[in-house]
Design a protein around this ligand. Structure first.
Ligand SMILES: [Fe+2]
Length: 396
């Protein structure tokens, strides 16, 4: 994020004395990516951000994976993972279940109404797509409101917690990267401004508007981090509440972007998925398919051509509308399709022909394409529709 933001009380000159009304110094923290060589923010704390009193093991949700072997396209029904009786006791951090993962990215799903513990992910950025429900995301930078269609982008090691609100559970599709997630470079000027051809711009991004101050002592934070044994968790106790910032400024902070603000790029004939891209991360891209007018060449076939993505696994999360190309496959709201490298895929039988003459599609899906193969997590294995792989071969 090269988009500068300033919130709350910061001194006029960085790295200089900043004091409260009684003359007590605030403690400056630089939170920065790639050492001191990329985006960063300066946060001013009331207390020492480094003061901790305990650290214990936290057993993270199951991260074990199973290879997609024998190779199959797959349909995973994520809503089946969280029946209604589980919502009250489930939170977005400890309740998430791993659907798919590799060394670059992990895709999880959760539905629940419980507030989460304080948490930070030191293994990489998270993008949490809110399928439905609403929440406040309290962070060390301030609070964000999250609602259906929001991507909540949480930079690595941002201390935060999820507090769902409203009657419905919060349904969240979680993308955990092994590094940093950002808009595609081709959308940005050499200095980082969104260009005219980008399908969204700075006005569509919403960061915290004011600092969030919470008092407390001996406050636990769940930290996900890496060791030589893989991804592990620790429960770190802070001497005082980490939400004690009086002000911050810089280009690194959490923000939301709602999918309804993505302006679709359309054409006379079928446009390739990169026109739907919203973010990129190490080893993967995120695209979204939004309601839009479709191909208007008089001979156009509006659903996609069959395609072999020889270098990627393609994961679609169906989160709204009607997905024309998948009719007859059993796929519906809350489904994930896994179309791996090594398998040609495309519309279900009949959809190709039926789409001719269509003027618009009312569909909403979030797609993650990875450049290394994905394995199935325990959540993915637990909600698979085993008939999906054979649905293109149905006769009649
Ligand atoms: Fe595809």
């Amino acid at each position: 994020m090269a988009h500068y933001r300033r919130v709350g009380d910061v001194p006029s000159k960085r790295h200089t004395q900043h004091r409260d009304a009684s003359g007590r110094l605030y403690y400056e923290e630089l939170m920065g990516e790639e050492g001191f060589s990329s985006d960063s923010s300066l946060l001013y704390h009331r207390e020492l951000p480094s003061a901790i009193t305990a650290s214990e093991i936290w057993d993270v949700p199951d991260t074990a994976t199973t290879p997609n072997h024998p190779l199959r396209p797959r349909h995973l029904k994520l809503h089946d993972l969280f029946p209604a009786e589980t919502w009250a006791g489930t939170d977005v951090v400890t309740g998430r279940r791993l659907v798919l993962g590799n060394g670059d990215v992990r895709l999880s799903y959760v539905a629940g109404s419980a507030p989460s513990p304080l948490y930070r992910n030191a293994t990489g950025d998270e993008v949490v797509y809110v399928e439905s429900g609403e929440a406040t995301v309290e962070t060390v930078f301030g609070a964000l409101r999250a609602e259906a269609g929001d991507y909540v982008v949480l930079p690595t090691s941002t201390t935060h917690r999820w507090v769902p609100s409203g009657d419905a559970p919060l349904r969240a599709y979680v993308i955990e990267a092994s590094g940093h997630i950002a808009p595609p470079k081709r959308y940005l000027s050499r200095y980082g401004q969104f260009l005219e051809h980008a399908p969204y711009c700075e006005r569509d991004l919403h960061g915290p508007a004011e600092p969030l101050h919470v008092t407390g002592e001996d406050v636990d934070v769940l930290v996900k981090h890496r060791t030589s044994a893989g991804i592990v968790g620790s429960r770190v106790t802070h001497a005082t509440h980490p939400f004690d910032v009086v002000g911050w400024d810089g280009c690194l902070y959490p923000f939301t972007f709602n999918v309804r603000d993505f302006e679709p790029i359309t054409g006379r004939v079928h446009q390739p998925p990169p026109v739907h891209q919203v973010f990129e991360g190490p080893g993967f891209v995120v695209c979204n398919f939004v309601p839009r007018k479709v191909d208007y060449h008089p001979q156009a076939i509006p659903v996609p051509y069959y395609h072999s993505n020889v270098d990627s696994d393609e994961i679609m999360f169906y989160c709204g509308g009607d997905y024309e190309a998948r009719k007859g496959s059993g796929i519906g709201q809350g489904s994930v399709s896994v179309h791996p490298g090594g398998h040609a895929h495309g519309p279900q039988p009949g959809a190709y022909e039926r789409s001719i003459g269509a003027e618009s599609f009312d569909e909403l899906a979030v797609m993650v394409d990875t450049f290394r193969s994905l394995d199935l997590g325990e959540g993915g294995l637990a909600c698979e529709d085993p008939a999906y792989a054979w649905t293109w071969a149905r006769r009649g």
